[in-house]
Design a protein around this ligand. Structure first.
Ligand SMILES: [Zn+2]
Length: 204
């Protein structure tokens, strides 16, 4: 019979399957981890509360359009409200939090959201470079410190930023070549990061 060929999937199994698919969309979550998380959510009421809290917290935080850092939803951004100091440009949030943790920088941050990688389809327009230029134009004479990795992508991004700020009234500096090739600040210890910041060089 025609109908016999279709296998029956119970509503519970379907929910589990959907949940697993959703968890798998999260970065760093394997199929096995997604299955484990899904099982916990469905079986443990405490886990349901944890999930609710995660959703509530994430809804209370948003990314600032201007500087790329996190800010309370609907509120002004504390990071870019005061642009009187040096602006430190980093590729990712992880880099920013490593620098903050090390306490070696006191100005404000600008998160690009990655590095230029044409082969990965990450182009300058996909990063917050135009927004950086806007901050520079709004605050003439200030210093921009590039804390980008010393890799092909980091160098390409540095060069692009240097070119795009060429006619601007800005002092452009880059952290020292004290970093191991390809290592981002988020994997470095305090001493290495301090040396990198203390040995910065001006590049324009
Ligand atoms: Zn901001």
């Amino acid at each position: 019979m025609e109908g016999m060929e279709k296998s029956f999937v119970s509503p519970a199994a379907l929910s589990m399957r959907t949940l697993v698919e959703e968890f798998k969309k999260l970065p760093g979550i394997s199929l096995k981890a997604a299955q484990k998380l899904s099982y916990s959510i469905l079986c443990d009421p405490k886990m349901k509360n944890t999930l609710k809290k995660i959703i509530e917290l994430s809804e209370n935080v948003e990314i600032c359009d201007k500087c790329g850092t996190f800010k309370p939803a609907g509120a002004d951004c504390a990071n870019c409200a005061d642009d009187s100091g040096v602006i430190c440009v980093v590729a990712t949030y992880g880099d920013m939090s490593a620098i903050e943790r090390n306490g070696c920088f006191k100005g404000s941050f600008h998160i690009l959201g990655g590095l230029i990688e044409p082969l990965e389809h990450i182009l300058p327009e996909n990063l917050r470079i135009a927004e950086l230029k806007e901050r520079v134009l709004a605050n003439p004479g200030k210093e921009i410190l590039l804390a980008l990795p010393f890799s092909i992508e980091g160098d390409a991004t540095t060069l692009y930023i240097k070119d795009s700020l060429e006619n601007c009234d800005v002092k452009l500096s880059r952290i020292a070549r004290g970093l191991p090739a390809g290592a981002a600040p988020d994997v470095l210890d305090r001493r290495t990061v301090l040396e990198a910041f203390n040995g910065k060089t001006y590049i324009n």
